[in-house]
Ligand binder design. Structure first.
Ligand code: ACO
Length: 325
């Protein structure tokens, strides 16, 4: 039975050139490189400069993905931008990227699922493609999380960074089997009751301000390993494979201990888990495509590999996607 599959044609990434080390942060708040690295695996983060906004980062990652895919902007009929840090409350950051890429047809909109944004965006893009409404989609995850930080709160400001990553997806005909290239399945979940564990204490409708990120770190950690492990298992089950059949795991880069805890729980060898958290910290919706671009760029992820993407974030939201590269 032939089916439509969303095949990844190329990916790209962008990190701001302003690199801030743990030692740099220790000059601003009472912390140390040793504390941050031991608890999180983070060594440095890239922070947008004054005036550098999310659409600037998204544009650069989008251009890199189009180049890697060998696709012109005239071929794109949908831009989806996953972000929780839009340039403005409205319009969508995706429409700013659309204009700057010179795309004058089709549609562009944002998806808001915080750190799970890229997985949610991938699911949206895949559904648009499989329904026949889009043929070629530019999916971007882009964030300036530094703008949501309380820079006096050492329990949060050391964890996050800015960046962007993107992929180009195109409709291709598959046989409906696990051998098909493209997205095999996506799994999405949320539980709004867990709002208070991770949220931003502002917004246009409540305070008319942007607000600051607030988090109960230990509780988030506990839920993260449980939820992410379940989402990975759900993707494997939906495809009829065992977790050990998956070649690569590309997790949301929140914390090395969450990556290690999840891998341990599911018996995944560390060598199969792509980790870039040391270099950029938690970049929310940008982190999965940043890790993906790194592993595709250095040749680890190759055509034909079975790749599992996963994330969890505020809401809570979480999910996974299984992709034949
Ligand atoms: N530097 C030095 N000391 C610190 C810092 C810091 N940056 N932050 C907290 N501390 C102190 C605390 O004040 C506390 O001191 P006390 O014992 O005197 O009270 C001590 O360190 C231990 O604090 P805990 O919060 O218990 O530290 P924990 O081991 O839980 O680590 C962390 C904190 C790293 C936030 C951990 O809970 C975590 O990683 N949680 C997951 C959070 C996460 O990744 N969120 C991202 C968004 S969700 C997602 O993407 C999945």
């Amino acid at each position: 039975m032939s089916v439509i599959r969303s095949v990844v044609l190329g990916c790209g990434a962008y990190l701001p050139d302003n690199v801030v080390s743990n030692d740099d942060l220790a000059k601003r708040v009472d912390t140390s490189d040793a504390w941050i690295f031991e608890r999180t695996g983070i060594r440095r983060r890239h922070l947008a400069r004054d005036g550098e906004v999310t659409s600037d980062l998204a544009l650069k990652a989008g251009e890199a993905a189009l180049k890697a895919a060998g696709v012109g902007i005239d071929e794109i009929d949908l831009i989806v931008c996953a972000t929780t840090t839009p340039d403005e409350t409205f319009p969508a950051t995706a429409t700013r990227v659309q204009a700057r890429l010179g795309m004058t047809r089709g549609a562009a909109f944002d998806v808001q699922a915080v750190c799970s944004g890229f997985i949610y965006g991938l699911s949206v893009a895949d559904n648009f493609i499989r329904a026949g409404q889009s043929r070629t989609v530019l999916l971007i995850g882009a964030e300036t999380m530094s703008r949501l930080m309380d820079w006096n709160d050492r329990t949060t400001c050391v964890l996050f960074g800015d960046g962007a990553g993107a992929v180009v997806l195109r409709a291709e005909t598959g046989a409906g089997s696990l051998a098909d290239r493209g997205v095999q399945n996506t799994q999405l979940y949320s539980d709004g009751r867990l709002h208070d564990l991770l949220y931003v204490d502002g917004g246009p409708s409540s305070t008319r301000t942007t607000g600051y990120l607030r988090m109960q770190g230990k509780e988030v950690f506990r839920h993260a390993v449980t939820n992410i492990s379940a989402a990975i298992q759900a993707s494997a089950d939906a495809a009829g494979v065992s977790v050990s059949d998956i070649d690569w795991f590309v997790p949301h880069q929140a914390n090395q201990r969450i990556l290690d805890g999840t891998a341990r729980k599911l018996g995944i060898p560390a060598a199969k888990v792509i980790s870039t958290v040391a270099d950029h910290g938690n970049t929310s919706a940008a982190s999965v495509p940043l890790a993906l671009a790194a592993a595709v760029g250095d040749g680890r992820i190759k055509r034909g590999d079975l790749v599992l993407l996963e994330a969890m974030g505020g809401g809570f939201t979480w999910g996974s996607a299984l992709v034949r590269w």
